[in-house]
Design a binder for this molecule. Structure first.
Ligand SMILES: O=C(O)[C@H](O)[C@@H](O)[C@H](O)[C@H](O)CO
Ligand SMILES: [Mg+2]
Length: 403
């Protein structure tokens, strides 16, 4: 089955997405997600200029060979732009293979390890009370797991909190990055109060997650992990940047709070020390950044040897193509933990018809052959690309910090 055509589609139905379509001489086609939030056009250029011309005429069934052709063959390995491009190709090829087999993707991967996939929602508030109201709304919708983020008194703009109550949170909100500010002390003094309030109001069974978004040093993260132990979080996410993997060792030595990391990682090598030393509990790299099904299958199997589970990134900046493929992967993968879910704008859902569904706090994979997500190209054309960058973050004295 030969690849006859491959092209990128850039659209902005509510936010920017880069989608890859690969067509074959059999009439079957596959769809991949190539979105890299705030750096979309870099992946478009990488695919259009360097990858897609070399795919024409190749056998679409040769997924493993094509993966290595793009990874080893480029000479320049790893990195978010390269890996997003490889991921998009890989997702589209698995979509084609599953369609050719006339199977939903989870079947091709090895069948169901579970009936449904637990997912967590984002609950944010300018203050603790507003955040608790958001938790209540999501509990009423059936969610068994929620991520809580609340404003901190004295910090004007903060990661994960919508500017006005009830508004959709979308961090890439300006062509030139917005500037946020940060105080570690104010945050550390305030954060435990949020988890205490959630437990007092919702009891022990609700799964509670929190994202530190890379802002602490290891010893500060250790302090936070210890302080929140009584509220038994499902996980504490990205508490340090962890380019230095050993950072996690120090945190681990001080706390039993489970640790999740890796939404900005794109290769198994970014995790190797952390996994082998069991310094973490959950891997966050999404299918669209870590080398697709081929890359993440390898990483998840490796992590599974060390009791580490998956908790794939799933914000709105990953398209329904990535989410749909993730629901199939999560249905199959033996060491599944949880799947993030930040509901897409209705315009996004209009452009990307899909057959996964949400039911009582879980996602259920569809039965259509492939990963079950398509793109309506006419609808996509109605929403042209708008430059949008993620914010930068500064300490109160002006020092550029981690966002
Ligand atoms: O845990 C998460 O969902 C993430 O941290 C997102 O909120 C990122 O900030 C966003 O994906 C950046 O592009
Ligand atoms: Mg995160």
């Amino acid at each position: 089955m030969k690849i006859t055509e491959a092209y990128t589609i850039v659209s902005s139905p509510g936010r920017n997405f880069v989608t890859l379509k690969i067509k074959t001489d059999s009439g079957l086609y596959g769809i991949g997600d190539a979105t890299l939030n705030g750096r979309e056009k870099a992946v478009v250029a990488y695919l259009d200029e360097h990858v897609l011309p070399a795919l024409i005429g190749r056998d679409a069934h040769q997924i493993e060979d094509i993966w290595h052709y793009l990874y080893r063959g480029a000479y320049w390995r790893r990195g978010p732009v390269t890996m997003s491009a490889i991921s998009a190709v890989d997702l589209a090829l698995w979509d084609i293979k599953a369609k050719a087999a006339n199977m939903p993707l989870y079947q091709l991967l090895g069948g169901k390890s579970r009936e449904r996939v637990m997912t967590y929602a984002h609950c944010t508030g300018q203050d603790i009370e507003t955040c608790l109201e958001e938790v209540q709304k999501h509990v009423d919708l059936g969610y068994k797991a929620v991520r809580v983020q609340a404003g901190v008194p004295g910090i004007k703009t903060i990661y994960g909190v919508a500017k006005t109550p009830g508004e959709r949170y979308e961090p890439a909100d300006a062509a030139i990055p917005a500037e946020h500010s940060w105080s570690t002390e104010k945050y550390l003094n305030h954060a435990p109060k949020l988890f205490k309030a959630v437990r007092e109001r919702f009891g022990d069974e609700l799964h509670v997650l929190h994202d530190v978004h890379h802002r602490l040093t290891p010893i500060e993260a250790a302090r936070l992990g210890k302080a929140v132990e009584p509220y038994h979080l499902f996980w504490l996410e990205d508490c340090v940047p962890a380019e230095n993997q050993e950072s996690m060792k120090l945190i681990r030595q001080h706390t039993t709070t489970p640790l999740a990391i890796g939404e900005v990682f794109n290769s198994i090598h970014d995790y190797r020390e952390m996994i082998e030393n069991q310094w973490i509990d959950y891997i966050r790299t999404p299918l669209s950044h870590g080398g697709g099904i081929t890359g993440l299958r390898r990483l998840a199997d490796f992590a599974g040897l060390y009791h580490i589970r998956t908790g794939f990134h799933g914000p709105t900046d990953l398209s329904p193509v990535c989410l749909g493929a993730a629901v199939h992967f999560d249905t199959w993968v033996p060491n599944f933990g949880i799947q993030e879910h930040m509901a897409h704008d209705p315009l996004t859902d209009e452009v990307f018809p899909h057959d996964y569904r949400f039911e009582n706090g879980h996602f259920i994979a569809g039965e259509a052959p492939g990963h079950g997500v398509d793109i309506d190209e006419d609808a996509a054309a109605r929403y042209p690309y708008k430059p949008a960058s993620l914010p930068v973050n500064r300490l109160e004295d002006g020092t550029l910090w981690h966002w």
